[in-house]
Design a protein around this ligand. Structure first.
Ligand SMILES: [Zn+2]
Length: 309
C-alpha cells in the first residue's frame, strides 16, 4: 500500500520509476482525461490533495480541442510549480504523425491505438510508431492496444465491441514483436458507461484470472482502459493481478456535466466564468481524489473540498 505523502517532492521522478515503484507497492497510477483547463485543474488539485502521482491523458479529440503543445506546456509548468509527480499521456493515438507530434511536444507517454486493425497490421503499425517515438526521445513510454473495448467515453445505451477478450498468447506475441513498454488488453473493460452504471445500478466486472495470465505472459506494465463504472473490489483485485495504470474518463465527464448544470441553474444572472466553474472543478476533483485513493489502497475522504488552487 502506498502511504499518503510518500510521493511528495518527486516532480522530477520519471514515469517509468513511478510505475516501477507503484508496482512493488501494489498501487496503480490513475489516468484521467482532460478536454480543457477546468478538468486539468481538477486533476492537479486532486494530486495536491492526495499527495499521489497522476497521469493526465488527452485523446486525439481532446488534444485537438486543447492544443497538444499548449497542454504539454501547461502540464510542464504545473509540475514545476506544484512539485507534484504529474505525467502526460497522448491517449488513443491513431496515426504515426500524431504520435510523433505528441513526442515532440514533450508528452511522457504515447498510447498507440491500432487495435481496430487486424492483429498483424496492429503489430506492424504499432512497431513503426514505437520506433519513431523512441527516436524522438527514448525515455518516452509507448503503449500498445489489443482487443476491442468499444470507442468513446460517453453514456451508452448498449455494450459496444465484440467482447472478445485478449489472450496471454497474443499479449506475449504483441509485446515481443512491437517492443512496447505498456500493454492495454481487453479483459472485460469497456469505454464509456451504460445508463445503469451512471445511475449506480450496475458495475463493470473484469476477468481477473486473465489479467494475471496476461501479466505473466507480457511481462510489461498493463493499462486498464475504460475503468469508469467498474466495481471497486474488481479494481483492487485487478491491481493485485498486475494492472499498473487505470483510465477514468466518463466518470469525470458525468461529474463535470452535472455540476456545470447545477452551477448554471443556481443563478441565471451569473456571468462570471470563474464563479460558475469553480464548483465544477471541485466536483470533478472529488471524483479524481476518490479514485486515486482506491487505486492506492486507501479510503480517501477529501478534507479540503473547496480549496482549489
Ligand atoms: Zn481508452
Amino acid at each position: 500500500m502506498t502511504a499518503v505523502g510518500t510521493f511528495n517532492n518527486t516532480s522530477r521522478a520519471t514515469l517509468h520509476a513511478v510505475l516501477t515503484r507503484l508496482q512493488t507497492e501494489r498501487g496503480a497510477l490513475g489516468h484521467f482525461n482532460v478536454s480543457d483547463q477546468v478538468l486539468l485543474k481538477a486533476v492537479i488539485a486532486a494530486a495536491a490533495e492526495t499527495k499521489l502521482p497522476v497521469f493526465v491523458g488527452a485523446s486525439e479529440g481532446e488534444r485537438e480541442f486543447f492544443g497538444a503543445h499548449q497542454l504539454a506546456g501547461l502540464v510542464r509548468t504545473l509540475r514545476e510549480d506544484s512539485d507534484l509527480p504529474v505525467f502526460l499521456n497522448a491517449d488513443h493515438t491513431h496515426s504515426l504523425a500524431k504520435a510523433v507530434e505528441a513526442a515532440n511536444a514533450g508528452f511522457d507517454a504515447v498510447g498507440i491505438d491500432f487495435s481496430a486493425l487486424p492483429f498483424d497490421q496492429n503489430v506492424a503499425r504499432t512497431k513503426e510508431a514505437a520506433q519513431a517515438i523512441k527516436a524522438v526521445n527514448p525515455s518516452i513510454l509507448v503503449e500498445g492496444e489489443i482487443g476491442d473495448i468499444g470507442t468513446g467515453s460517453e453514456i451508452k445505451e448498449t455494450v459496444q465491441g465484440d467482447r472478445k477478450l485478449s489472450t496471454p498468447e497474443e499479449a506475449r506475441h504483441f509485446v515481443e514483436a512491437t517492443g512496447v513498454d505498456i500493454l492495454a488488453p481487453a479483459v472485460g473493460n469497456m469505454h464509456g458507461m451504460l445508463k445503469s452504471m451512471v445511475q449506480g445500478k450496475a458495475k463493470k466486472h473484469l476477468d481477473l484470472e486473465r489479467i494475471a495470465q496476461i501479466k505473466q505472459a507480457a511481462g510489461v506494465f498493463l493499462t486498464l482502459h475504460g475503468g469508469s463504472g467498474t466495481d471497486d473490489e474488481h479494481f483492487r483485485k485487478a491491481i493485485a493481478a498486475g494492472i499498473n495504470i487505470i483510465h477514468i474518463n466518463t466518470e469525470l465527464r458525468v461529474a463535470w456535466r452535472k455540476s456545470l448544470d447545477e452551477s448554471l441553474a443556481r443563478d441565471a444572472n451569473e456571468v462570471v466564468p470563474y464563479k460558475i466553474l469553480r464548483p465544477v472543478v471541485d466536483s470533478v476533483k472529488q471524483v479524481v481524489s476518490s479514485r486515486l485513493g482506491l487505486f492506492h489502497g486507501q479510503s480517501v475522504i477529501p478534507d479540503a473540498v473547496g480549496s482549489v488552487a
